[in-house]
Design a protein around this ligand. Structure first.
Ligand code: MG
Length: 281
């Protein structure tokens, strides 16, 4: 792999994996972020099968993302109540599961565990904020034992809040998976200035696009095909170059079925064109 910016995709590893990997191979996708399979599919035998399948397709897994039972992205208040490690009722079982997923990723030979932490409480609420800082420190230390970084997905808070949070956690292996579309979908700020502010911490990205909602922050924006939204993908990639980002350009298209594969194909073509214009790769 000569390019410093391989084109990747977010790939779900369920029963449709073979079809997705065939498509990825055809499209020239070389890296993948995967969503961790459920607990009963993370045994050593499952790890070996996954390794074989990805190797055969010549796709390198770069990141394992955590997803938890009971999470719902139905609307923004529901995300606040159900997603990540912030909701108290599910916090500790999910904390343990994140560590188990880090172990699974390590067995796969993957150096990054990632997650949506949830809506990080504002600093004014000191106890709630401190609890999440401590929890994240413990997770970072756990991932460190597995020689991994922990990546936080962007979108649920402003770049300023996330920047401050990273300073508070103060762990070298904590980094950001920057998703420019999420900033728009959640209404948490303009993506390009956010990328610049977080630049020192961005170690992976999602190439995803979205349109602003009429009432940003109160209702969802709309996720759309890469290049057709308000992110300005060309400027996004130029800014990645400016900040010295070296890593995969991981396409995330949060629809399913045939249309998803068609859209990923178009996204690959767009990224290949822009990559050659911007990086000469
Ligand atoms: Mg994302």
């Amino acid at each position: 792999m000569t390019t410093k910016h391989p084109i990747g995709a977010f790939i779900i590893v369920d029963d449709g994996l073979n079809v997705r990997l065939d498509a990825a191979k055809k499209l020239g996708i070389r890296t993948a972020q995967i969503l961790a399979p459920p607990a009963n599919r993370r045994e050593t035998a499952d790890v070996r099968i996954l390794q074989e399948k990805f190797e055969k397709a010549n796709v390198k897994i770069t990141t394992v993302f955590c997803g938890f039972e009971g999470e719902s992205y139905a609307n923004i208040p529901t995300v606040q109540e159900t997603v990540g490690l912030v909701p108290l009722e599910t916090r500790f079982p999910r904390f343990d599961e994140t560590k188990a997923i880090s172990d699974f990723a390590a067995e796969l030979g993957v150096g990054v565990t990632a997650l949506h932490l949830g809506f990080i409480p504002e600093k004014s609420d000191t106890v709630a904020h401190r609890d999440i800082v401590e929890l994240t420190q413990q997770l970072c230390d756990y991932c460190q034992q597995n020689a991994q970084r922990l990546h936080l997905e962007t979108g649920q808070e402003t770049a300023e809040s996330l920047f401050q949070f990273i300073q508070d956690v103060n762990r070298k292996n904590l980094a950001v998976n920057f998703d420019p579309a999420n900033m728009i979908l959640y209404g948490s700020g303009q993506p390009i200035p956010a990328l610049k502010l977080l630049s020192g911490h961005v170690k992976s990205v999602h190439c995803k696009d979205a349109k602003w909602a009429a009432n940003p922050g109160k209702e969802w924006g709309e996720e759309v095909l890469l290049g057709e939204g308000d992110v300005n993908i060309e400027l996004f990639l130029k800014t990645l170059k400016q900040i010295g980002y070296e890593g995969p350009l991981t396409i995330e298209r949060e629809i399913s079925g045939e249309q998803q594969i068609k859209d990923i194909e178009k996204s690959v073509a767009l990224l290949q064109r822009l990559r050659s214009e911007i990086w000469d790769e």
